[in-house]
Design a protein around this ligand. Structure first.
Ligand code: CDP
Length: 323
């Protein structure tokens, strides 16, 4: 499939660009796809020379000691995080699904392109379903499904959506949401920014207090994100930070044969009709597309890589309707 133009998302909203882009993105071509086991294998072995994802999906009780100092991936070195006994007790003995392998994985990005897609059922049939940033499924099940095997959970979500867990009501809401995810892995990248340090301690206390009522498995990645970042640099992708979706695809590529991507479309218009799209599928009605991600991510560059990998049969990119 020919590449997407090297424009910013803002410029891509223009009618002229939309027309050019439609000519280039052949959706029929996207539909005719077959898995190429050699391409899957190639991607996996190249990644394996940078990182053992299965071993590094989470820090473990034996890889860290209480009192040990951690640094943050994206903060200056003088910021430190002391591993408390409480956090240490929440670390898994082995990383979740260590050494396991899955035939099919759905990696669900949060793009507004999922709205009206009717992809929910198809997503839920995958052996392993990965979601990003604790995105809601209730109210969107027809388009996004409701199974979750793993979701990323940046501790800042506590501040943004659960009032810092300061009220009984916020705590109850958060607990209920976690209980809906029983059995899933909550993948918590707590050591990226020093600004998450305080809220991470609140989160740790909350997990300890509610341990007996929770069925989610916790994963706390350490150097994994840095290793994945170095891997993509070798493919000319070097943003300030990789997107959560790119991290999740990369992780999936280590243990999953057939990977389908949904909700990856960082552009302001729907690929077929050209109607305007919000950035997230769960955005308020009438919300405008946002380009806030441009400060940190290079989503169009990541999308071009996904398109290439789709063309090679290493992953399957779903755009448009599943029905
Ligand atoms: O944490 P981050 O800001 O990267 O992600 P998000 O906004 O919660 O969305 C999850 C992922 O979906 C992103 O990391 C992107 O990879 C993908 N996405 C996309 O491709 N197009 C969009 N319009 C929105 C998200």
């Amino acid at each position: 499939t020919p590449p997407v133009p090297r424009n910013s998302a803002t410029r891509l909203t223009g009618r002229k660009n939309l027309k050019t882009y439609r000519q280039r993105l052949n959706l029929q071509e996207l539909k005719h796809w077959s898995l190429n086991p050699a391409a899957v294998h190639h991607q996996r072995t190249e990644l394996a020379s940078f990182v053992d994802v299965s071993a590094e999906l989470s820090l473990t009780r034996s890889t860290l000691l209480p009192g040990q100092l951690l640094h943050f991936d994206y903060s200056p070195k003088h910021y430190v995080f002391v591993v408390s006994a409480a956090l240490h007790s929440l670390l898994p003995i082995l990383p979740p699904f260590h050494g396991r392998h899955f035939n099919s994985c759905a990696v669900v990005g949060n793009g507004g392109v999922l709205t009206g897609s009717g992809c929910g059922q198809r997503i839920d049939t995958a052996d392993f379903v990965i979601r990003c940033n604790f995105a809601p499924t209730t109210g969107y099940v027809h388009d996004v499904g409701n199974r979750t095997s793993l979701t990323t959970f940046n501790p800042s979500i506590i501040d943004g959506r659960y009032g810092g867990l300061l009220t009984a009501n916020d705590r109850e809401r958060f607990l209920n949401r976690l209980q809906e995810l029983d059995g899933a892995v909550l993948w918590i990248p707590a050591f990226l920014f020093h600004t998450s340090a305080v809220i991470t301690r609140t989160l740790v206390d909350f997990f300890l207090e509610n341990k007996s009522r929770l069925g989610v498995q916790l994963a706390w990645p350490g150097p994994l994100v840095g290793h994945i970042t170095r891997f993509w640099r070798t493919r000319a992708l070097a943003p300030k930070r990789l997107s959560t979706g790119m991290l999740m695809y990369t992780i999936a590529s280590a243990f999953c044969d057939e990977i389908s991507l949904y909700g990856f479309w960082p552009f302001a218009w729907e690929p077929i009709s050209g109607r305007p799209l919000p950035y997230h599928y769960y955005a308020r009605r009438g919300a405008r597309f946002t380009t806030a991600w441009q400060e940190a991510h290079q989503l169009p560059a990541e999308f071009r890589l996904f398109q290439q990998l789709h063309g090679q049969g290493a992953l399957r990119l779903h755009l448009g309707s599943c029905t």
